[in-house]
Ligand binder design. Structure first.
Ligand code: GTP
Ligand code: MG
Length: 256
């Protein structure tokens, strides 16, 4: 009868064998979920441009012409040329004019005040400078007959001038005259002007004359959207080397 126990013994043996030979399966424990943490950047309030207030000097008579432009463009030199005497300080290094100054002039018995202004320079950021000019213009636009923007004829970057003009036009629309100052620096520099008048200067048929004509067309393309017509007058206003003074005075007088 013992053989009746054989199947039971076989089953027990199999179970024992399986238990002994069973491969340990590596257990997988997924990494614990850590939700991403977001730390918002610390809030730094925007730095507001300083409210710049330019001092106002000089005398104001009759209608005025606001003269604006980058530092070193030659605003003060141009006013000296138009006035016919050196009344304003002209700088060789760094920005010079730090205030707004009225310079009365008389063009053929017509009283006009040319208003010098500081240029964008190391003293102010572009925004601060623009606000200083805008503040004066907003108060005085009633007496401003036109805006005279002075740019360097040999410079290509005028985006800051455009920004200021855009904001002034938003305050009050005025005729705009652009002085292409330092025209003597247009290449070829060795060519000099033969007379004081762009219209009659034989130079207009020279290489320098062609370059100045091209610069006038390019300036009209860049600024023409602001006002129609926009007057662009090439000038040179370094003391003792004047060019096209008569045409500039004629252009200003047309708005008085
Ligand atoms: N070659 C040349 N130099 C010029 C001319 N006009 C002005 N300059 C020179 O440019 C420099 C700057 O002239 P300023 O009249 O002081 O310029 P500004 O625009 O009044 O400058 P800020 O007062 O700093 O805004 C001076 O050295 C001038 O002699 C020009 O037509 N030709
Ligand atoms: Mg100046």
């Amino acid at each position: 009868m013992w053989w009746l126990l054989l199947p039971a013994a076989a089953i027990v043996g199999k179970v024992v064998y399986d238990a002994l030979t069973k491969e340990e399966k590596p257990s997988y424990t997924p990494p614990a979920y850590i939700p991403p943490t977001y730390t918002p950047p610390a809030y730094t309030p925007p730095v507001a441009p300083r409210q710049v207030h330019f001092d106002v000097r000089g005398d104001f008579e009759g209608k005025s012409v606001l003269v604006i432009g980058r530092t070193g463009a030659g605003k003060s030199s141009l006013i000296n040329m138009l006035r016919g005497e050196q009344v304003l300080e002209v700088g060789v290094i760094g920005s010079t004019t730090r205030w707004i100054e009225g310079v009365p002039c008389c063009f053929d018995n017509q009283k006009v005040t040319l208003v010098d202004s500081p240029g964008v320079g190391e003293a102010y950021t572009n925004d601060e400078y623009n606000r200083g000019i805008e503040e004066w213009f907003a108060k005085s636009s009633g007496s401003v007959a036109c805006i005279l923007l002075v740019i360097q004829a040999d410079s290509k970057a005028h985006s800051e001038d455009k920004r200021l003009l855009d904001s002034l036009v938003c305050i009050s629309v005025k005729p705009i005259i652009i002085a292409l100052n330092q025209s003597d620096k247009i290449t070829p520099i060795r060519e000099s002007f033969t007379c004081d008048d762009w219209e009659t200067d034989t130079l207009s048929r020279s290489e320098k004359g062609r370059h100045i004509t091209d610069k006038i067309a390019e300036t009209a393309r860049q600024f023409g959207y602001l006002h129609d017509p926009i007057h662009i007058v090439p000038v040179a206003s370094a003391s003792g080397a004047y060019f096209n003074r008569t045409a500039m005075i004629r252009t200003i007088k047309a708005y008085m």
